[in-house]
Design a binder for this molecule. Structure first.
Ligand code: NAD
Ligand code: ZN
Length: 343
């Protein structure tokens, strides 16, 4: 497996797995190109960027996912005299790929764009699937559009410079992909988890590629999130609530959400208690939290406000086996019980 393809109404995209940033010139061809990156990625990897018209370096972090930074980037694209046949390439984590996609989709009603993803989270999730956008007044991803990047390039060695918290954060999404759709990935992760240092033992290239393949498969079957794409929200309904309440990083919050969803699946006899324990054990082995002292009322409130709410129930992604997800409505009483259990 060296490449994955996304095809369909939202456009086509090729994901180059375990590839090298040195391949970018081949993908850029002879087009006039501007690179968008952030200060950390530029500092660590700028030397390996290809020669292009301009390199726009934004501040690191969520602060750059705003209409204001999009505006700054638009002006630089005008200065670089990009036209409709030009290319914009985002090199960075999810912040850079979301911003780059949004800017490229709206500049002159849309120019071509591609990504070199440099965080685990971007390589398995953010860069894949064509969702892009910026935040508005603290509301995440409120302004955006779905359109596929022409290419996504995943270089595994780029991940070597990641701070360990970022690696752990992205691992949460890899674990999610395994439990919703890939038993071989569960095996791979569990085998490494039996060693003293799972992050050293695991083949990151293979784990990232398998998780990316899970996302590509789901997106190909449901690009506009009418059905199966919701499986990618495993652990996320509760995860988002925890994120809001505690401000812990996304992947860490989702980890707690996955443990809760697995417990709920066991309570409903969809999986065994032993399987639910395997979910929690794997999450723990990779340095992610399995429980959290959360404010019950606050969490319930946040979930009630979540867009997936339907009257007295909330749609939750549960497991019907390890490696297979299902969306089920669950009652607020059931949810409250599980939340109480988490503390
Ligand atoms: P990020 O882009 O902020 O990167 C995290 C940190 O790692 C930053 O400080 C960055 O400068 C640094 N970094 C990046 N690559 C590095 C490298 N190779 N070595 C050292 N440091 C590096 O965050 P992220 O976790 O990659 O992405 C989070 C964003 O992705 C959020 O805004 C989220 O909304 C978005 N997202 C989008 C989608 C989607 O479908 N579009 C899906 C999931 C998440
Ligand atoms: Zn996520």
């Amino acid at each position: 497996m060296t490449e994955l393809q996304i095809t369909g109404k939202g456009g086509n995209s090729t994901i180059y797995l375990d590839s090298q940033i040195a391949r970018l010139p081949e993908l850029i061809k002879n087009r006039k190109t501007v690179i968008i990156t952030d200060e950390n990625v530029f500092g660590l990897h700028g030397k390996s960027f290809p020669r292009v018209e301009d390199v726009i370096v934004v501040s690191a972090g969520e602060v750059s996912k705003t209409l204001q930074s999009a505006g700054d980037v638009f002006r630089r694209l005008v200065d670089a005299e990009l036209d409709r046949s030009s290319l914009v390439v985002g090199i960075g984590g999810g912040v850079v790929t979301d911003l780059t996609g949004f800017v490229a989709c709206t500049f002159m009603r849309g120019v071509s764009f591609g990504f070199a993803a440099t965080t685990v989270l971007a390589q398995v999730d953010a860069a894949i699937g064509g969702k892009n956008g910026v935040n508005l007044d603290g509301f995440k991803n409120l302004i955006g559009i779905i359109r596929q990047p022409e290419f996504v390039l995943n270089e595994t060695t780029m991940l070597d410079t990641l701070p360990s918290e970022e690696r752990i954060n992205g691992m949460s999404e890899i674990i999610k992909s395994a439990f919703i759709a890939d038993t071989a990935l569960i095996d791979l992760l569990e085998a490494a988890a039996r060693t003293d240092d799972p992050y050293r033992a695991v083949s990151m290239g293979e784990a990232v590629s398998r998780a990316a393949a899970v996302k590509v498969g789901v997106v190909n079957r449901d690009v506009f999130e009418q059905g199966e794409r919701r499986h990618l929200n495993f652990g996320h309904t509760l995860g988002h609530a925890i994120e809001k309440l505690t401000k812990i990083p996304h992947g860490y919050a989702v980890a707690v959400g996955m443990v809760a969803a697995a417990k709920m699946s066991a309570t409903r006899n969809m999986i065994s208690q032993a399987d639910a324990a395997r979910v929690a054990a794997l999450i723990e082995a990779y340095g992610l939290p399995t429980q959290m002292d959360i404010d019950l009322g606050g969490a319930m409130d946040a979930i009630r406000k979540d867009k997936k709410r339907q009257r007295d129930t909330v749609n939750f992604v549960l497991l019907k086996a390890l490696g297979e997800a299902a969306v089920e409505p669950i009652s607020f009483e059931e949810l409250e019980e599980v939340l109480r259990d988490l503390r």
